[in-house]
Each structure stands twice: as structure tokens, then as C-alpha cells.
Design a protein around this ligand. Structure first.
Ligand SMILES: Nc1ncnc2c1ncn2[C@@H]1O[C@H](COP(=O)(O)OP(=O)(O)O)[C@@H](O)[C@H]1O
Ligand SMILES: [Mg+2]
Length: 402
């Protein structure tokens, strides 16, 4: 077995809780504020690029909610969903809530004497999944009506249990729109049901996480969702939080090595403060330093090697899907000063005039951006501007040209 002190504490990987969750105090405070609501006027959306830390923050919020002792938490990761119908979603929600309602006894069969002192069992009927689906099936009306009725019934039986409310958390919720089957509107269904329950003062709160396309999709599905949600856009960690994300795991783990200030600065610079990249680079650097521990002095970080590994592990697969012409367009984007921020079709067309023999016209740019969005490389924000949808993609693209 590896001695505890040498074990690498860093955890690059989707949804892996980091050894130290840095820089999310503000988000935690905001969530705690939302937990004070008796009538739910605000629900929560956590959004941001891949690898910025949405899933692990959601996990942290779950701990926070449960530690109040008065909030129940149910929910699912929707990333594996292949094709979603309204009926699937309704079933999903029933399954989720049944996990807590199946503890609630709603009826009890009395003991029955069956002669000369013997009795048959006490049978308890709880509000389990079977009961919920029967209520669902016997309620007349549309799927939304059925689902509302089941959830109202659930709350009716829960409300005396000293419970403040229930949180329904859905990770990768953009899939509710992206993977909806034809003529199906699961996202609209979810919004409509929760809006209606909340109006009746039923304290069921939604917490949705997803890529930056999520919020525009919510608004598209139901215009009132603009008022229904508090949006928290997760950014890369600032310098101080990045430093903690790097240093704390080593200090807390009583590891036999230290990253000196120069190494830390370099990791911050190379990771751009993106949590996934911090974990990835630190994991590599840690292993390397452990191997050199015998040398007695701090080794230098092999930036080029680590970058190459990151390129292969993280970016290469995405780059391989892109055609030559799309690569030219992405190269034009990566050459712009505002490439890490937001940009317009005109910006790209303009830059391509400076760079390319065969520049792109605006309508061509428009079309190509739309296919790049479908591939998850670009997204369009609510104001019709575009951004790169993969962290540090611009730097990677520039590396491909030089
Ligand atoms: N606040 C943070 N501090 C340190 N590491 C983090 C933080 N947030 C996320 N990470 C790490 O970043 C990686 C990606 O996190 P994840 O929650 O899967 O991102 P997302 O769901 O946004 O794609 C994981 O390895 C996780 O341990
Ligand atoms: Mg995630």
C-alpha cells in the first residue's frame, strides 16, 4: 500500500470532489439565503463552462442543505439521458421524490385475530413509488396536471414532519432541452409544474446546473423563468483561491513535498484558474516532485510536457471533430483580443479578412458558428454574442498554429 503521505491528493475528473473546494464562499452564501425562503420565489441555476466545478459545488450545496436538518434533497444527473420525453421526466421526478416519501406511512392494516390468540401481520402502506404512480395514472388531464397532483399529495403528507422544504437538483440540465425527443418539451414541463406548486406555497425548490446554454434555454421554454431563477455563473478561481486550491491539499495531507511560490505561480498561470486544470496540473507536478524528492531541491515544472499531456487528454478529441475550414474559423477567433470573452459575427469576419486568403463572409460565419455550437465548442449568449465553450480553448488553438 502507498503510504498516506505520498498518495497524490489531487483529483482531476468530472464530479470528483476536490481535496479542498476553493473560492465558492459567495455561492454558498447565496444558496444559504435561498434556503430561508418560505414561499419559493427564487430557484437556483449554477452555470459555467465544463470543468469549472458545477457538479462538485452542487454536492457541497447538498451537504449544506441537509445539514440544516430541515431540507430534504432529491435529484439526478441528467448527463446520461439519451432521449427525453415529457413522460420520462415525470417518471424521473416521481422516482426521485419517492426516495423520501417511501418512508411516510399513509395507512396501516390493523392486527387481525385469526382464532385462538394468533394474529396476522400489521401491514404498513407507505407513500412509495407504486402508490405515487397510481395517483399519477388516476389523475385526469395532461402530464403536467398529473405530476402536480402527485407532488401536491406528497407535500400534504410531508408538511407536518418539521420539514422546511424539498430541493430538486438536476445536474447537466441543458440536456432537458438538447435531448428532448421530437415534439416533446420536458424543460417547459418542469418549469410549469414547479411554478404552479410554488404559487400554491409548496416549498419545492429547483436547483439546476448546466453549461452556459442552459439559461437561454430556460427563457426560451418559459419567459417567466427569467424571474424564477437566481443565476450564478461560475468563473475560474481568482489568484488567491487558486493558490488555496493548490496549497491546501498538500498542507492538509501532510505531504512530504511543497510547491514553492514560483511553481504555484506557474500552475496558476497555466491553469487559467480553471479548477479542472488546477487538479490536472497539480496531479502531474505532485508525482514528479515525489520522484525527485531524493534530490533534495525543488525540481522545475516541465511546462511543455504537461501542456502536451493536457492537449492529448483534454483537447485533441474535440479538435479531431473539426473540419479544416472550421479550424480556420476557430484560428481567426483565437487570434482576436476578445477571444476569451465574447465576440460577434462581424468581429470574426473582420479578423478573417486580415488573416486568410479566402476570408469568411458574415452569413458563412453565422452558419459555421451554429454547427460549432452543436459540437459544444461555441455558445451563443442571451445577447446574441458568442463565446468559446471550452476553457482555455483559444490558447490550445494558438498552439496548433505555431
Ligand atoms: N472550487 C474548486 N476548488 C478546487 N478544485 C475544484 C473546484 N471545483 C472543481 N474542482 C475540480 O475540478 C474538476 C471539475 O469539477 P466538476 O464539478 O466536475 O466540473 P463541472 O461539473 O463544471 O464540469 C474536478 O476534478 C474537481 O475536483
Ligand atoms: Mg459536471
Amino acid at each position: 500500500m502507498i503510504p498516506q503521505q505520498i498518495k497524490n491528493p489531487f483529483k482531476p475528473g468530472a464530479g470528483h470532489m476536490p481535496p479542498f473546494l476553493a473560492g465558492r464562499d459567495e455561492e454558498e452564501r447565496e444558496f444559504t439565503r435561498l434556503l430561508q425562503q418560505y414561499t419559493i420565489l427564487e430557484n437556483l441555476v449554477l452555470t459555467g463552462l465544463r470543468g469549472v466545478g458545477k457538479t462538485v459545488l452542487l454536492e457541497r450545496l447538498k451537504e449544506l442543505a441537509i445539514s440544516t436538518g430541515r431540507w430534504a434533497w432529491v435529484g439526478t444527473d441528467l448527463s446520461e439521458t439519451a432521449s427525453l420525453t415529457d413522460e420520462h421526466l415525470a417518471l424521473r421526478v416521481l422516482t426521485d421524490i419517492s426516495l423520501i416519501t417511501s418512508q411516510i406511512v399513509i395507512g396501516r392494516l390493523e392486527k387481525v385475530n385469526i382464532g385462538f390468540g394468533s394474529q396476522i401481520t400489521v401491514q404498513e402502506e407507505t407513500l412509495n413509488f407504486n402508490v405515487l404512480s397510481q395517483i399519477y395514472q388516476h389523475t385526469p388531464g395532461l402530464i403536467a396536471d398529473k405530476l402536480k397532483c402527485v407532488l401536491e399529495t406528497c407535500w400534504h403528507y410531508m408538511k407536518d414532519k418539521n420539514l422546511h422544504g424539498v430541493i430538486f437538483a438536476y445536474d447537466e440540465a441543458q440536456n432537458l432541452a438538447d435531448h428532448a425527443a421530437k415534439e416533446q418539451y420536458p424543460l417547459s414541463l418542469l418549469l410549469e409544474v414547479f411554478q404552479s406548486l410554488q404559487r400554491k406555497n409548496i416549498p419545492f425548490m429547483l436547483v439546476l446546473t448546466g453549461l452556459p446554454t442552459l439559461f437561454p434555454k430556460l427563457v426560451e421554454a418559459r419567459t417567466y423563468s427569467e424571474r424564477m431563477f437566481r443565476i450564478l455563473f461560475l468563473k475560474p478561481l481568482d489568484r488567491e483561491s487558486s493558490r488555496k486550491a493548490i496549497m491546501k491539499p498538500i498542507e492538509d495531507g501532510k505531504c512530504p513535498i511543497r510547491f514553492g511560490p514560483k511553481s504555484v505561480d506557474l500552475i496558476i498561470e497555466q491553469s487559467g484558474g480553471y479548477p479542472y486544470f488546477i487538479q490536472f496540473i497539480c496531479r502531474e507536478v505532485y508525482d514528479l516532485f515525489i520522484q525527485r524528492i531524493a534530490d533534495g531541491k525543488e525540481p522545475t515544472i516541465p511546462v511543455d510536457e504537461i501542456t502536451r499531456k493536457l492537449d492529448t487528454d483534454f483537447f485533441a478529441g474535440r479538435w479531431a471533430m473539426v473540419t479544416d475550414r472550421q479550424r480556420q474559423l476557430l484560428q481567426a477567433i483565437a487570434a482576436m483580443d476578445n477571444c476569451d470573452d465574447e465576440f460577434t459575427v462581424q468581429d470574426i469576419a473582420g479578423m478573417s479578412k486580415n488573416m486568410l486568403e479566402k476570408p469568411f463572409g458574415s452569413s458563412q460565419v453565422n452558419q459555421m458558428l451554429s454547427s460549432l455550437s452543436d459540437m459544444g465548442l461555441i455558445y451563443k449568449n442571451r445577447h446574441g454574442k458568442y463565446s468559446l465553450a471550452v476553457p482555455l480553448l483559444a490558447r490550445f488553438i494558438r498552439r496548433q498554429t505555431s
